[in-house]
Design a protein around this ligand. Structure first.
Ligand SMILES: O=C(O)CCC(=O)C(=O)O
Ligand SMILES: [Fe+2]
Length: 240
C-alpha cells in the first residue's frame, strides 16, 4: 500500500534536518548502498538495523508521526497481522548513488532492468528482487517494511522506482513507485517481493521495520502496537 503523506507535515522537518547531519555521517551515508549486489558482498558497509537513527534524535517527531499512522490507521485495518507488532527498528538511511551513464542504452535512455552482466561502472545498479523477511530462511522479525523517501524534485526520468511484484508466481509487476520526497511506502516484509531500479541521481531513503520481536539495541518499543494498547487499556499491567 502506498500511503501519501501530507507535504505540510513532513516537508519542513525533512528539509531542515538533512543539512544538520554531521558531515562525516553524511559522507558515510552517501557511500552506503546497503544492499547493492554491485558492492561485491561488502555487507560490512551496511549499517546494522537501527544504527543510524539512534544517532539522530531530530528524527523523533517524524517517527512518531509514522508510528501514529501505523498504530492508529493501519492496525485497525489489518488487526490480525498487526497484533504481533512489538518494536520498531531504528531508521536505516540508504543512498543509491546515481547510476553510471554506461548503463544507458543506445538511445541514451536509462537501462532499467536488473544487472545481469556484472559489468563494472560507478554508481548503483539498484537492488535486485528480494523479500525483506524470508521466513523459510529463518524469521528475522520484520513484519511491516516502511520507507520514507527523501528526494526533492524527483520525476520518472530519474528512474530509481521501487518495483513491487505480485505475491504469487509468475510474480507480475504490481506497481512502480517513484522515491519522491515525503512519500511513505508500507508493505508486508515477508510477502511483497520488490526491487529498486537504478537511479539517475543519488537516491536517498529512510527505511525501518515494525517487528514482532522484543526490544533490543536495534529497536525501540512500539508504544502504539495494538497489543500494547490492549494491555494498557485493560489495566492489567498495573495489577499484581
Ligand atoms: O529504498 C527502497 O525503495 C527499498 C530498499 C529495500 O528494498 C531494502 O532496503 O530492503
Ligand atoms: Fe527490501
Amino acid at each position: 500500500m502506498a500511503v501519501p503523506v501530507s507535504r505540510r507535515r513532513f516537508n519542513q522537518p525533512v528539509q531542515k534536518r538533512q543539512p544538520t547531519l554531521p558531515a562525516t555521517r553524511r559522507v558515510a551515508i552517501k557511500k552506503v548502498n546497503t544492499h547493492d549486489p554491485a558492492a561485491g558482498g561488502r555487507d560490512d558497509l551496511a549499517p546494522k538495523e537501527g544504527q543510524v537513527s539512534a544517532a539522530i534524535p531530530a528524527l523523533g517527531p517524524v517517527l512518531e508521526h509514522i508510528d501514529t499512522l501505523v498504530g492508529d490507521i493501519l492496525s485497525p485495518q489489518f488487526p490480525e497481522r498487526m497484533q504481533c507488532l512489538r518494536t520498531r527498528s531504528h531508521a536505516m538511511f540508504t543512498c543509491y548513488p546515481a547510476t553510471d551513464a554506461k548503463l544507458a542504452d543506445a538511445d541514451g535512455k536509462l537501462w532499467l532492468g536488473p544487472v545481469a552482466d556484472g559489468s563494472s561502472g560507478k554508481g548503483s545498479r539498484g537492488y535486485l528482487r528480494h523479500l525483506d523477511n524470508v521466513r523459510a530462511q529463518g524469521h528475522c522479525g520484520r513484519i511491516l517494511t516502511t520507507i520514507l523517501y527523501l528526494n526533492e524534485d524527483w520525476g520518472s526520468a530519474l528512474g530509481g522506482s521501487i518495483r513491487l511484484f505480485e505475491v504469487q508466481p509468475p510474480l507480475d509487476i504490481r506497481a512502480e513507485v517513484l522515491p519522491k520526497a515525503n512519500r511513505l511506502l508500507c508493505f508486508w516484509s515477508d510477502e511483497i517481493p520488490h526491487e529498486v531500479l537504478p537511479p539517475r541521481r543519488d537516491r536517498f531513503a529512510c527505511t525501518f521495520w515494525y517487528l514482532d520481536r522484543e526490544e533490543d539495541p536495534s529497536s525501540v518499543a512500539f508504544a502504539k502496537a495494538p497489543a500494547a494498547k490492549a494491555q494498557a487499556s485493560s489495566g492489567s499491567v498495573f495489577l499484581d
